[in-house]
Design a protein around this ligand. Structure first.
Ligand code: FES
Length: 157
């Protein structure tokens, strides 16, 4: 596997932000935007460059749900658990997705094909319960449809 290194822009960023308030979060954001997650080897590199213990870096990463420690799955599933969706059975849809894919919220499948996230509102409450996979919105989703929806993405592979 290719060893990940901080790219020159990030090295510059680290140098600029070294010793400044909030630097760690800012730099971790940049790393995640670039790689889709925070690779362990970059956390180690950061720890040395910023002279911050690795444990402190992991404390920050695990405190904020936003940061991921492993590469995100290829297809991002966003299941809405906002009020309208929740009242129309989003919990049942969520359980079905978890059963089929064998993941919890915030996790990616072992084959890295899917990543499951729960969101608060996708802005189309009239279509509840709503499920979004990448850019596609699935509306008024029923439990019986979940396997079919997911299988389209599995077949594409
Ligand atoms: S509550 Fe689900 S789209 Fe608004």
């Amino acid at each position: 596997m290719e060893q990940k290194k901080l790219n020159p822009e990030l090295v510059k960023l680290v140098e600029e932000w070294k010793g400044k308030e909030g630097n760690l979060i800012m730099i971790l954001h940049e790393i995640q935007n670039h790689h889709g997650y925070v690779p362990r080897e970059l956390s180690l590199e950061l720890s040395k460059m910023l002279e911050v213990p690795l444990a402190r870096i992991y404390e920050v990463i695990t405190f904020y749900n936003f940061f991921k420690l492993s590469p995100p799955g290829k297809h991002l599933i966003k299941l809405c658990m906002g009020t309208a969706c929740y009242l129309r059975g989003a919990g049942i849809i969520l359980d079905e997705i978890k059963n089929i894919l064998g993941v919890k919220e915030g996790e990616s499948t072992k084959d890295n094909l899917f990543h499951l996230d729960v969101v608060r509102c996708l802005g189309c409450c009239g279509l509840a319960p709503v499920l979004m996979i990448d850019e596609k919105v699935y509306s008024k989703v029923k439990k019986a449809e979940v396997a079919d929806i997911l299988s389209k993405y599995i077949k594409e592979e």
